[in-house]
Design a protein around this ligand. Structure first.
Ligand SMILES: *Cc1c(COP(=O)(O)O)cnc(C)c1O
Length: 464
Protein backbone atom coordinates (compact mmCIF):
# COMPACT_ATOMS: atom_id res chain seq x y z
CA UNK A 1 0.00 0.00 0.00
CA UNK A 2 1.25 3.48 -0.86
CA UNK A 3 0.59 6.53 1.29
CA UNK A 4 0.19 10.12 0.10
CA UNK A 5 0.32 13.51 1.82
CA UNK A 6 -2.85 15.53 2.42
CA UNK A 7 -1.07 18.54 0.90
CA UNK A 8 -0.18 16.71 -2.28
CA UNK A 9 3.44 17.73 -2.45
CA UNK A 10 5.50 15.04 -0.70
CA UNK A 11 6.87 11.71 -1.93
CA UNK A 12 4.62 8.65 -1.72
CA UNK A 13 5.75 6.22 0.97
CA UNK A 14 5.23 2.55 1.68
CA UNK A 15 3.85 1.28 4.99
CA UNK A 16 7.03 0.89 7.03
CA UNK A 17 8.36 4.27 5.93
CA UNK A 18 5.09 5.94 6.82
CA UNK A 19 5.25 4.49 10.34
CA UNK A 20 8.67 6.13 10.78
CA UNK A 21 7.88 9.33 8.89
CA UNK A 22 5.78 11.62 11.08
CA UNK A 23 4.65 14.70 9.16
CA UNK A 24 5.08 14.69 5.40
CA UNK A 25 7.77 17.01 4.03
CA UNK A 26 5.09 19.41 2.72
CA UNK A 27 3.61 19.79 6.22
CA UNK A 28 0.71 17.46 5.49
CA UNK A 29 -0.32 14.15 7.04
CA UNK A 30 0.01 10.79 5.36
CA UNK A 31 -3.11 8.87 4.36
CA UNK A 32 -3.47 5.65 2.33
CA UNK A 33 -3.64 6.17 -1.41
CA UNK A 34 -6.93 4.32 -1.37
CA UNK A 35 -9.09 2.96 1.44
CA UNK A 36 -9.55 -0.82 1.36
CA UNK A 37 -13.20 -1.85 1.33
CA UNK A 38 -14.78 -5.01 2.74
CA UNK A 39 -18.08 -6.46 1.52
CA UNK A 40 -20.95 -7.00 4.00
CA UNK A 41 -20.51 -10.79 3.52
CA UNK A 42 -16.85 -10.59 4.42
CA UNK A 43 -17.54 -8.45 7.49
CA UNK A 44 -20.35 -10.77 8.57
CA UNK A 45 -17.97 -13.73 8.39
CA UNK A 46 -15.86 -12.13 11.13
CA UNK A 47 -18.66 -12.10 13.69
CA UNK A 48 -17.08 -14.72 15.93
CA UNK A 49 -13.47 -13.62 15.76
CA UNK A 50 -11.65 -12.53 18.87
CA UNK A 51 -10.22 -9.01 18.99
CA UNK A 52 -6.73 -9.98 17.83
CA UNK A 53 -7.89 -11.98 14.81
CA UNK A 54 -10.28 -9.22 13.79
CA UNK A 55 -7.43 -6.72 14.13
CA UNK A 56 -5.31 -8.78 11.75
CA UNK A 57 -8.02 -8.77 9.07
CA UNK A 58 -8.48 -5.02 9.27
CA UNK A 59 -4.83 -4.05 9.50
CA UNK A 60 -3.29 -6.41 6.94
CA UNK A 61 -4.55 -4.62 3.77
CA UNK A 62 -2.64 -1.50 4.88
CA UNK A 63 0.53 -3.46 5.65
CA UNK A 64 0.09 -5.18 2.30
CA UNK A 65 2.73 -7.87 2.75
CA UNK A 66 5.57 -5.60 3.90
CA UNK A 67 5.49 -7.54 7.16
CA UNK A 68 4.73 -11.25 6.86
CA UNK A 69 1.33 -12.44 8.09
CA UNK A 70 2.84 -14.48 10.88
CA UNK A 71 5.01 -11.57 12.07
CA UNK A 72 2.06 -9.19 11.96
CA UNK A 73 -0.02 -11.65 13.97
CA UNK A 74 2.75 -11.85 16.57
CA UNK A 75 2.92 -8.05 16.83
CA UNK A 76 -0.86 -7.84 17.32
CA UNK A 77 -0.93 -10.64 19.88
CA UNK A 78 1.89 -9.08 21.90
CA UNK A 79 0.19 -5.68 21.79
CA UNK A 80 -3.09 -6.87 23.28
CA UNK A 81 -1.67 -9.38 25.76
CA UNK A 82 -1.09 -6.48 28.17
CA UNK A 83 -4.84 -5.79 28.48
CA UNK A 84 -6.63 -6.73 31.69
CA UNK A 85 -9.87 -7.91 30.09
CA UNK A 86 -10.06 -10.92 27.77
CA UNK A 87 -12.59 -9.13 25.61
CA UNK A 88 -10.02 -6.32 25.13
CA UNK A 89 -12.85 -3.84 24.41
CA UNK A 90 -15.86 -4.91 26.49
CA UNK A 91 -19.22 -3.11 26.33
CA UNK A 92 -21.57 -2.08 29.11
CA UNK A 93 -25.20 -1.20 28.49
CA UNK A 94 -26.40 1.97 30.19
CA UNK A 95 -29.80 2.50 28.58
CA UNK A 96 -32.08 1.40 25.75
CA UNK A 97 -29.79 0.85 22.78
CA UNK A 98 -27.15 2.83 24.60
CA UNK A 99 -23.72 1.32 25.20
CA UNK A 100 -20.38 2.30 26.63
CA UNK A 101 -17.37 0.74 24.88
CA UNK A 102 -14.70 0.40 27.58
CA UNK A 103 -11.45 1.27 25.88
CA UNK A 104 -9.54 1.66 29.14
CA UNK A 105 -8.53 -1.95 29.86
CA UNK A 106 -4.94 -1.44 28.69
CA UNK A 107 -1.91 -0.81 30.91
CA UNK A 108 -2.31 2.99 31.22
CA UNK A 109 -6.12 3.06 31.50
CA UNK A 110 -6.92 5.09 28.37
CA UNK A 111 -7.88 4.14 24.82
CA UNK A 112 -4.47 5.30 23.63
CA UNK A 113 -3.06 1.92 24.70
CA UNK A 114 -4.87 0.34 21.74
CA UNK A 115 -2.69 2.26 19.33
CA UNK A 116 0.49 2.64 21.35
CA UNK A 117 0.92 -0.92 22.57
CA UNK A 118 0.61 -1.87 18.91
CA UNK A 119 2.94 0.89 17.70
CA UNK A 120 5.62 0.00 20.29
CA UNK A 121 5.81 -3.60 19.08
CA UNK A 122 5.55 -2.53 15.45
CA UNK A 123 8.47 -0.07 15.79
CA UNK A 124 10.50 -2.67 17.62
CA UNK A 125 9.98 -5.06 14.73
CA UNK A 126 10.82 -2.53 12.00
CA UNK A 127 13.85 -1.06 13.77
CA UNK A 128 15.34 -4.42 14.68
CA UNK A 129 14.98 -5.54 11.07
CA UNK A 130 16.69 -2.36 9.86
CA UNK A 131 19.21 -2.26 12.70
CA UNK A 132 18.30 1.40 13.24
CA UNK A 133 18.02 3.56 16.39
CA UNK A 134 15.51 6.42 16.61
CA UNK A 135 14.34 9.09 19.02
CA UNK A 136 10.62 9.17 19.68
CA UNK A 137 9.37 12.68 20.41
CA UNK A 138 5.82 13.37 21.47
CA UNK A 139 3.58 15.94 23.11
CA UNK A 140 0.86 14.92 25.51
CA UNK A 141 -2.21 16.52 27.03
CA UNK A 142 -2.09 13.66 29.51
CA UNK A 143 -2.80 10.20 28.18
CA UNK A 144 -0.65 9.87 25.06
CA UNK A 145 2.52 10.27 27.07
CA UNK A 146 2.02 7.42 29.48
CA UNK A 147 0.66 5.14 26.76
CA UNK A 148 3.63 5.92 24.48
CA UNK A 149 6.13 5.41 27.30
CA UNK A 150 4.50 2.13 28.23
CA UNK A 151 4.64 1.08 24.57
CA UNK A 152 8.32 1.99 24.09
CA UNK A 153 10.00 1.46 27.46
CA UNK A 154 11.28 -1.99 26.52
CA UNK A 155 12.41 -1.11 22.99
CA UNK A 156 16.20 -1.13 22.73
CA UNK A 157 16.25 0.90 19.54
CA UNK A 158 14.21 3.78 20.92
CA UNK A 159 14.90 6.70 23.23
CA UNK A 160 11.62 8.38 24.04
CA UNK A 161 11.10 12.06 24.95
CA UNK A 162 7.65 13.18 26.07
CA UNK A 163 6.66 16.82 26.63
CA UNK A 164 3.71 17.52 28.89
CA UNK A 165 2.36 20.94 29.93
CA UNK A 166 3.72 21.66 33.41
CA UNK A 167 0.99 21.47 36.09
CA UNK A 168 -1.75 20.89 33.51
CA UNK A 169 -2.07 17.13 33.60
CA UNK A 170 -3.66 15.22 36.48
CA UNK A 171 -1.42 13.75 39.22
CA UNK A 172 -2.25 10.24 38.10
CA UNK A 173 -1.43 11.10 34.50
CA UNK A 174 1.89 12.69 35.46
CA UNK A 175 2.94 9.88 37.75
CA UNK A 176 2.10 7.26 35.14
CA UNK A 177 4.78 8.87 32.98
CA UNK A 178 7.36 10.05 35.47
CA UNK A 179 7.56 6.90 37.57
CA UNK A 180 8.82 4.89 34.60
CA UNK A 181 12.54 5.01 35.37
CA UNK A 182 13.82 3.10 32.33
CA UNK A 183 17.05 4.50 30.91
CA UNK A 184 15.48 5.26 27.53
CA UNK A 185 12.57 7.34 28.93
CA UNK A 186 12.80 11.15 29.26
CA UNK A 187 9.93 13.20 30.65
CA UNK A 188 9.86 16.98 30.17
CA UNK A 189 7.37 19.29 31.91
CA UNK A 190 7.19 22.25 29.55
CA UNK A 191 6.32 25.66 30.94
CA UNK A 192 3.39 26.18 28.58
CA UNK A 193 0.11 24.58 27.48
CA UNK A 194 -0.54 21.53 25.29
CA UNK A 195 -0.53 23.50 22.05
CA UNK A 196 2.93 24.85 22.99
CA UNK A 197 4.09 21.26 23.46
CA UNK A 198 2.58 20.23 20.14
CA UNK A 199 4.13 23.21 18.34
CA UNK A 200 7.52 22.34 19.80
CA UNK A 201 7.22 18.80 18.49
CA UNK A 202 6.07 19.95 15.06
CA UNK A 203 8.97 22.42 14.76
CA UNK A 204 11.47 19.73 15.78
CA UNK A 205 10.19 17.40 13.09
CA UNK A 206 10.44 20.13 10.45
CA UNK A 207 14.13 20.73 11.16
CA UNK A 208 15.91 17.73 12.64
CA UNK A 209 19.42 19.13 12.16
CA UNK A 210 19.89 19.38 15.94
CA UNK A 211 20.00 15.58 16.22
CA UNK A 212 23.26 13.65 16.40
CA UNK A 213 24.23 11.74 13.24
CA UNK A 214 22.04 8.88 12.06
CA UNK A 215 19.23 9.53 14.49
CA UNK A 216 15.81 10.33 13.18
CA UNK A 217 12.67 11.44 15.01
CA UNK A 218 9.61 9.21 15.11
CA UNK A 219 6.16 10.54 15.97
CA UNK A 220 3.88 8.83 18.43
CA UNK A 221 1.04 11.33 18.40
CA UNK A 222 -1.91 10.61 16.19
CA UNK A 223 -0.27 12.09 13.11
CA UNK A 224 1.32 8.62 12.98
CA UNK A 225 -0.78 6.55 10.60
CA UNK A 226 -0.23 3.30 12.51
CA UNK A 227 -2.09 4.73 15.50
CA UNK A 228 -5.16 5.63 13.50
CA UNK A 229 -5.12 2.26 11.80
CA UNK A 230 -5.11 0.32 15.09
CA UNK A 231 -8.13 2.31 16.27
CA UNK A 232 -10.30 1.33 13.32
CA UNK A 233 -10.51 -2.17 14.76
CA UNK A 234 -12.70 -1.47 17.79
CA UNK A 235 -15.38 0.20 15.70
CA UNK A 236 -15.74 -3.07 13.78
CA UNK A 237 -15.54 -5.08 16.99
CA UNK A 238 -18.37 -3.12 18.61
CA UNK A 239 -20.36 -3.01 15.38
CA UNK A 240 -20.17 -6.79 14.97
CA UNK A 241 -21.12 -7.34 18.60
CA UNK A 242 -24.28 -5.28 18.13
CA UNK A 243 -25.54 -6.94 14.96
CA UNK A 244 -23.53 -5.28 12.22
CA UNK A 245 -23.13 -5.34 9.31
CA UNK A 246 -26.83 -6.22 9.04
CA UNK A 247 -27.68 -3.25 11.18
CA UNK A 248 -26.49 0.33 11.42
CA UNK A 249 -24.58 1.53 14.48
CA UNK A 250 -23.85 5.06 15.71
CA UNK A 251 -20.85 6.20 17.74
CA UNK A 252 -20.26 9.13 20.02
CA UNK A 253 -16.61 10.02 20.53
CA UNK A 254 -14.96 12.31 23.10
CA UNK A 255 -12.77 14.29 20.74
CA UNK A 256 -9.54 16.27 20.97
CA UNK A 257 -7.08 15.75 18.15
CA UNK A 258 -9.75 14.06 15.97
CA UNK A 259 -7.73 10.82 15.73
CA UNK A 260 -10.20 8.52 17.40
CA UNK A 261 -13.29 9.68 15.53
CA UNK A 262 -11.38 9.79 12.25
CA UNK A 263 -10.73 6.07 12.75
CA UNK A 264 -14.51 5.65 12.98
CA UNK A 265 -14.92 7.53 9.73
CA UNK A 266 -12.41 5.14 8.14
CA UNK A 267 -14.29 2.11 9.50
CA UNK A 268 -17.30 3.48 7.67
CA UNK A 269 -15.35 3.98 4.43
CA UNK A 270 -14.12 0.38 4.77
CA UNK A 271 -17.67 -0.94 4.83
CA UNK A 272 -19.00 -0.83 8.40
CA UNK A 273 -22.53 0.60 8.22
CA UNK A 274 -22.35 3.61 10.52
CA UNK A 275 -25.34 5.92 10.81
CA UNK A 276 -23.90 8.76 12.88
CA UNK A 277 -20.54 9.85 14.25
CA UNK A 278 -20.97 12.38 17.04
CA UNK A 279 -18.06 14.71 17.80
CA UNK A 280 -18.15 15.44 21.55
CA UNK A 281 -16.10 18.42 22.74
CA UNK A 282 -15.55 20.34 25.96
CA UNK A 283 -15.37 24.16 26.09
CA UNK A 284 -12.47 23.95 23.65
CA UNK A 285 -15.05 23.55 20.96
CA UNK A 286 -13.49 24.47 17.63
CA UNK A 287 -14.81 21.29 15.97
CA UNK A 288 -18.30 21.84 17.33
CA UNK A 289 -18.27 25.43 16.06
CA UNK A 290 -17.01 24.20 12.71
CA UNK A 291 -19.65 21.52 12.17
CA UNK A 292 -22.56 23.53 13.57
CA UNK A 293 -21.63 26.99 12.35
CA UNK A 294 -18.75 26.78 9.85
CA UNK A 295 -16.62 28.65 12.39
CA UNK A 296 -13.23 26.97 12.45
CA UNK A 297 -11.31 29.76 14.18
CA UNK A 298 -8.65 29.64 16.88
CA UNK A 299 -9.61 30.81 20.33
CA UNK A 300 -7.60 30.81 23.54
CA UNK A 301 -7.24 27.36 25.05
CA UNK A 302 -9.13 26.79 28.30
CA UNK A 303 -8.30 24.26 30.99
CA UNK A 304 -11.13 21.85 31.64
CA UNK A 305 -11.95 18.81 33.77
CA UNK A 306 -11.49 16.73 30.61
CA UNK A 307 -7.85 17.71 30.00
CA UNK A 308 -7.17 15.18 27.24
CA UNK A 309 -9.60 17.15 25.09
CA UNK A 310 -8.04 20.56 25.83
CA UNK A 311 -6.85 21.03 22.28
CA UNK A 312 -7.40 23.88 19.85
CA UNK A 313 -5.67 22.57 16.74
CA UNK A 314 -7.08 19.12 15.96
CA UNK A 315 -4.38 17.79 13.65
CA UNK A 316 -6.31 14.88 12.21
CA UNK A 317 -9.18 17.03 10.99
CA UNK A 318 -6.93 17.72 8.01
CA UNK A 319 -7.24 14.06 7.02
CA UNK A 320 -11.02 14.36 6.86
CA UNK A 321 -10.77 17.64 4.94
CA UNK A 322 -8.63 15.87 2.35
CA UNK A 323 -11.55 13.55 1.57
CA UNK A 324 -14.14 16.31 1.79
CA UNK A 325 -12.16 18.21 -0.86
CA UNK A 326 -11.94 15.19 -3.18
CA UNK A 327 -8.33 14.52 -2.19
CA UNK A 328 -7.11 17.75 -3.75
CA UNK A 329 -3.92 18.61 -1.84
CA UNK A 330 -3.73 22.16 -3.18
CA UNK A 331 -7.10 22.98 -1.57
CA UNK A 332 -5.89 21.61 1.76
CA UNK A 333 -2.72 23.65 1.52
CA UNK A 334 -4.81 26.78 1.03
CA UNK A 335 -7.19 25.96 3.90
CA UNK A 336 -4.39 25.18 6.33
CA UNK A 337 -2.56 28.36 5.49
CA UNK A 338 -5.77 30.31 6.16
CA UNK A 339 -6.09 28.49 9.46
CA UNK A 340 -2.52 29.32 10.43
CA UNK A 341 -3.56 32.97 10.19
CA UNK A 342 -6.49 32.30 12.53
CA UNK A 343 -9.48 30.78 10.77
CA UNK A 344 -10.67 28.69 7.83
CA UNK A 345 -14.08 28.40 6.20
CA UNK A 346 -15.28 25.19 4.61
CA UNK A 347 -17.04 25.26 1.26
CA UNK A 348 -20.81 24.72 1.42
CA UNK A 349 -20.56 21.38 -0.35
CA UNK A 350 -17.85 19.97 1.90
CA UNK A 351 -19.65 21.08 5.05
CA UNK A 352 -22.83 19.51 3.75
CA UNK A 353 -21.00 16.28 3.04
CA UNK A 354 -19.47 16.25 6.54
CA UNK A 355 -22.87 16.78 8.13
CA UNK A 356 -24.26 13.69 6.42
CA UNK A 357 -22.41 11.61 8.99
CA UNK A 358 -20.93 13.94 11.60
CA UNK A 359 -22.84 15.92 14.16
CA UNK A 360 -21.35 17.71 17.15
CA UNK A 361 -22.00 18.68 20.73
CA UNK A 362 -20.24 20.73 23.41
CA UNK A 363 -20.38 20.31 27.17
CA UNK A 364 -18.57 22.37 29.80
CA UNK A 365 -17.27 21.31 33.22
CA UNK A 366 -20.53 21.95 35.04
CA UNK A 367 -22.44 19.87 32.52
CA UNK A 368 -20.09 16.90 32.64
CA UNK A 369 -20.17 16.79 36.44
CA UNK A 370 -23.94 16.57 36.25
CA UNK A 371 -23.73 13.67 33.80
CA UNK A 372 -21.27 11.78 36.04
CA UNK A 373 -23.45 12.28 39.07
CA UNK A 374 -26.74 11.46 37.32
CA UNK A 375 -25.34 8.33 35.67
CA UNK A 376 -23.97 7.10 38.98
CA UNK A 377 -27.31 7.71 40.69
CA UNK A 378 -29.26 5.89 37.97
CA UNK A 379 -26.97 2.99 37.18
CA UNK A 380 -24.09 2.85 39.69
CA UNK A 381 -21.66 3.25 36.78
CA UNK A 382 -18.81 5.73 37.20
CA UNK A 383 -17.92 7.66 34.03
CA UNK A 384 -14.64 9.45 33.55
CA UNK A 385 -15.06 13.14 32.59
CA UNK A 386 -14.25 12.59 28.90
CA UNK A 387 -16.68 9.71 28.56
CA UNK A 388 -19.35 11.77 30.33
CA UNK A 389 -19.14 14.37 27.56
CA UNK A 390 -19.40 11.60 24.98
CA UNK A 391 -22.45 10.09 26.61
CA UNK A 392 -24.24 13.43 26.78
CA UNK A 393 -23.34 14.10 23.16
CA UNK A 394 -24.73 10.76 22.02
CA UNK A 395 -27.98 11.42 23.86
CA UNK A 396 -28.36 14.90 22.50
CA UNK A 397 -27.51 14.16 18.88
CA UNK A 398 -28.98 10.73 18.21
CA UNK A 399 -31.55 10.77 15.47
CA UNK A 400 -32.90 7.26 15.71
CA UNK A 401 -33.51 5.37 18.93
CA UNK A 402 -33.60 2.05 17.08
CA UNK A 403 -29.96 2.40 16.16
CA UNK A 404 -27.54 1.46 18.92
CA UNK A 405 -25.50 4.43 20.15
CA UNK A 406 -22.05 3.39 21.30
CA UNK A 407 -20.21 5.91 23.41
CA UNK A 408 -16.46 5.38 23.45
CA UNK A 409 -15.25 5.29 27.08
CA UNK A 410 -11.83 6.77 26.50
CA UNK A 411 -10.42 6.60 30.03
CA UNK A 412 -10.83 4.87 33.38
CA UNK A 413 -12.43 7.15 36.00
CA UNK A 414 -9.60 6.46 38.47
CA UNK A 415 -7.37 8.60 36.27
CA UNK A 416 -9.41 11.68 37.21
CA UNK A 417 -10.22 11.42 40.94
CA UNK A 418 -10.61 15.20 41.40
CA UNK A 419 -13.40 15.39 38.83
CA UNK A 420 -15.14 12.36 40.32
CA UNK A 421 -14.93 13.96 43.75
CA UNK A 422 -16.35 17.21 42.40
CA UNK A 423 -19.30 15.30 40.91
CA UNK A 424 -20.59 14.49 44.40
CA UNK A 425 -20.95 11.54 46.67
CA UNK A 426 -19.42 8.78 44.55
CA UNK A 427 -17.29 5.90 45.80
CA UNK A 428 -13.71 6.68 44.85
CA UNK A 429 -12.93 4.64 41.72
CA UNK A 430 -9.98 2.39 42.54
CA UNK A 431 -6.85 2.16 40.46
CA UNK A 432 -6.43 -1.40 39.15
CA UNK A 433 -4.00 -3.63 41.04
CA UNK A 434 -0.98 -3.04 38.86
CA UNK A 435 -1.16 0.67 39.73
CA UNK A 436 -2.19 0.60 43.39
CA UNK A 437 1.19 1.86 44.63
CA UNK A 438 1.50 4.58 41.96
CA UNK A 439 1.64 7.40 44.49
CA UNK A 440 4.51 5.81 46.41
CA UNK A 441 6.72 5.35 43.36
CA UNK A 442 9.74 7.56 42.68
CA UNK A 443 9.28 10.23 40.00
CA UNK A 444 11.80 11.58 37.53
CA UNK A 445 11.22 14.53 35.17
CA UNK A 446 12.73 17.83 34.09
CA UNK A 447 10.89 21.18 34.08
CA UNK A 448 12.07 23.13 31.02
CA UNK A 449 11.41 26.55 29.51
CA UNK A 450 9.08 26.91 26.53
CA UNK A 451 12.08 27.51 24.27
CA UNK A 452 13.00 25.23 21.40
CA UNK A 453 16.74 25.64 21.92
CA UNK A 454 16.47 24.54 25.53
CA UNK A 455 14.56 21.43 24.49
CA UNK A 456 17.00 20.58 21.71
CA UNK A 457 20.03 21.00 24.00
CA UNK A 458 18.38 18.66 26.49
CA UNK A 459 17.71 16.01 23.85
CA UNK A 460 21.20 16.31 22.38
CA UNK A 461 22.74 15.76 25.78
CA UNK A 462 21.01 12.40 26.16
CA UNK A 463 21.28 11.24 22.56
CA UNK A 464 25.02 11.68 22.03
C1 LIG B 1 -6.72 11.43 23.74
C2 LIG B 1 -8.01 11.39 24.45
C3 LIG B 1 -9.18 11.89 23.87
C4 LIG B 1 -9.18 12.55 22.51
O1 LIG B 1 -8.90 11.66 21.46
P1 LIG B 1 -8.47 12.23 20.02
O2 LIG B 1 -8.08 11.05 19.23
O3 LIG B 1 -7.30 13.15 20.29
O4 LIG B 1 -9.62 12.97 19.48
C5 LIG B 1 -10.36 11.76 24.57
N1 LIG B 1 -10.39 11.20 25.79
C6 LIG B 1 -9.29 10.73 26.39
C7 LIG B 1 -9.40 10.14 27.75
C8 LIG B 1 -8.06 10.80 25.75
O5 LIG B 1 -6.97 10.32 26.33
Amino acid sequence: MKFVSTRGDAPELDFESVVLAGLASDGGLYVPKFIPKFSPEEIASWANLNYQDLAFNIISPFVDGEISDSELKTIINKAYSSFRHDGIAPMVQLGHNEWVLELFQGPTLAFKDFALQFLGHLLDHILTKRNQKVAVLGATSGDTGSAAIEGCRRCENIDIFILHPHNRVSDVQRKQMTTVLSENVFNVALEGNFDDCQNMVKASFRDQSFLPDQRQLVAVNSINWARIMAQIVYYFYAGLALGGPHRKISFSVPTGNFGDIYAGYLAMQMGLPIEQLVIATNQNDILHRCISNNDHSKQPLEQSLAPSMDIMVSSNFERLLFDLYDRDGSQIKRLMSDFEKGAMKLSDSSLEQARKVFSSFRLDDEGLLEVISETYANTGYVLDPHTAIGLAAGRSERKNRNTPMVCLATAHPAKFPDAIKAAGDIDDPKLPNHMRDLFEREERYEVLENDINVIHEYMKKWLS
